[in-house]
Design a protein around this ligand. Structure first.
Ligand code: GLN
Length: 450
């Protein structure tokens, strides 16, 4: 059914870069065989799932939506996709993204645009736009994305689905193609909070292959979901003051305020909290992320992976020709910003300063969590915008992640849950943020609200 739906909708949506129909049917038959033989089946048995195309899948192309990885077929499997296969999930394909996950609309993909299922003339958000659109359009039941500065939560908000970024280190990054290693985190998309919680359960956990992976017990997230917040004693929810005001779409503001009222009815104690350094998140992120990206992307030299430009007469010209033709404009921009900010004389002024600001933002969150269990704000300042509306103005595109970026800088978990529609019928997202490793609280609040 999922494959039929994909075949019917892909000509309009383009959520996928590769549909892995044969492998999906093979996996599904294996599950059938297990059931027929009376064997135990995994927690995701037979569930069709989409995987963002920046996670390595053995024998299946992994392009990061970049020309430079056009011919790359990984010789190994990422930990997350291995865990999903072990849980008997059925991968239906690799989903579209902004090139190397750099962007907020999936428009920097070197291959094609993905449409927002609610309005085909609009973007699905990004960078995990393909994963969000595929779940929203029911091309698969759940999907996996990655979130460096908002790339799961913002497209979830634009496409009207649930998306969550776990605590940094909760999910292994082994086999996730690196963008900004200190910020990247893999997470789940679903049409319900419960589906999202179950999917996180399947992919979380310590992995010796990722040195930043946390050694912690994974709670049963789905088991503790309840219809209200009363049974838990008074849950304290803080509204982040700085996310309201100038730049916030008034219809988004209304929907978020209504959702907050609803949380109060459900039994939460609500008050306003100030995170005064929150607004420095965006400028520090756009130093730190490009710096890390410029180091990570140095590996695409025309030798080890994918594309090699022809007709080079020496090593240096092979590098430069390969990169000039293989990388798109946004990726080049990030490499240049990062290389500049890391160079001698500028390192202290830009990179070091940005890292100090990162610590201050973390402190704001720490202070807020002294008084509150969960923080709440809009996921994005607006609903989905029209395709091509922001592509000529990178700064306006960067502003889309104003409210999600601080969460990555602090390594915290964040979740976006749908909270209504604007007058154009476009979905609006509510962002919930909790303290480190309190994913359980995020799911509880989101579930009661949903
Ligand atoms: N839109 C942000 C960027 O372009 C975040 C991307 C992401 O989370 N992968 O860097």
């Amino acid at each position: 059914e999922a494959l039929d739906r994909i075949q019917a909708l892909e000509p309009k949506l383009h959520s996928f870069l590769h549909v892995t129909a044969e492998r999906a049917l093979e996996q599904a038959r294996e599950v059938d065989a297990k059931i027929a033989a009376g064997e135990e089946i995994g927690m995701l048995a037979g569930i069709p799932i989409g995987i963002k195309d920046n996670m390595c899948t053995k024998g299946i192309p992994t392009t990061c939506a970049s020309r430079i990885l056009e011919n790359f077929v990984p010789p190994y499997e990422s930990t997350v996709t291995q865990k999903l296969a072990d849980a008997d999930a059925v991968m239906v394909g690799k989903t579209n993204l902004d090139e190397f996950a750099m962007g907020g609309s999936t428009e920097t993909s070197a291959y094609h645009l993905t449409a927002n299922p609610w309005d085909l003339s609009r973007v699905p958000g990004g960078s995990s736009g393909g994963s969000a659109a595929a779940v929203a359009a029911e091309e698969c039941v759940v999907s996996i994305g990655s979130d460096t500065g908002g790339s799961i939560r913002q497209p979830a908000s634009f496409c009207g689905v649930v998306g969550m970024k776990p605590t940094y280190g909760l999910v292994s990054r082994y086999g996730l193609v690196a963008f900004a290693s200190s910020l990247d985190q893999i997470g789940p998309f679903g049409r319900s909070v419960e589906d999202t919680a179950i999917l996180l359960q399947a992919i979380a956990g310590h992995d010796p292959k990722d040195s930043t992976s946390l050694k912690v017990e994974i709670p049963n997230y789905a088991a503790s979901l309840k219809p209200d917040l009363k049974a838990k004693g008074k849950l304290r929810i803080g509204i982040i003051k700085e996310t309201f005001g100038e730049g916030l779409d008034s219809q988004v503001e209304q929907a978020v305020n209504k959702a907050i009222e609803q949380l109060q009815h459900l039994g939460a104690e609500i008050d306003v909290v100030s995170c005064p350094r929150f607004r420095y998140g965006l400028p520090s992120y756009y130093i730190i992320a490009p710096c890390e990206a410029s180091a990570n992307l140095a590996r695409y030299d025309g030798v080890k992976y994918g594309l090699r430009a022809p007709d080079a007469d020496n090593l240096l010209s092979m590098y430069t020709r390969t990169r000039a033709t293989g990388f798109g404009a946004e990726v080049k921009r990030r490499i240049m910003i990062g290389t500049y900010a890391l160079s001698a004389g500028y390192y202290d002024a830009f990179y070091l300063k940005a890292q100090k600001v990162r610590t201050l933002i973390k402190e704001d969150f720490e202070n807020a969590f002294q008084q509150f269990d969960v923080l709440v704000c809009p996921t994005a300042p607006s609903t989905a915008f029209k395709a091509a509306e922001k592509t000529t103005d990178p700064l306006s595109m960067y502003l889309v992640d104003l409210m999600t970026i601080p969460v990555n800088l602090a390594g915290l978990p964040g979740l976006s849950v749908p909270c209504g529609f604007d007058n154009n019928g476009l979905p609006i997202g509510l962002q919930l943020i909790s303290n480190v490793l309190r994913e359980d609280q995020l799911f509880q609040v989101a579930y009661a609200y949903e």
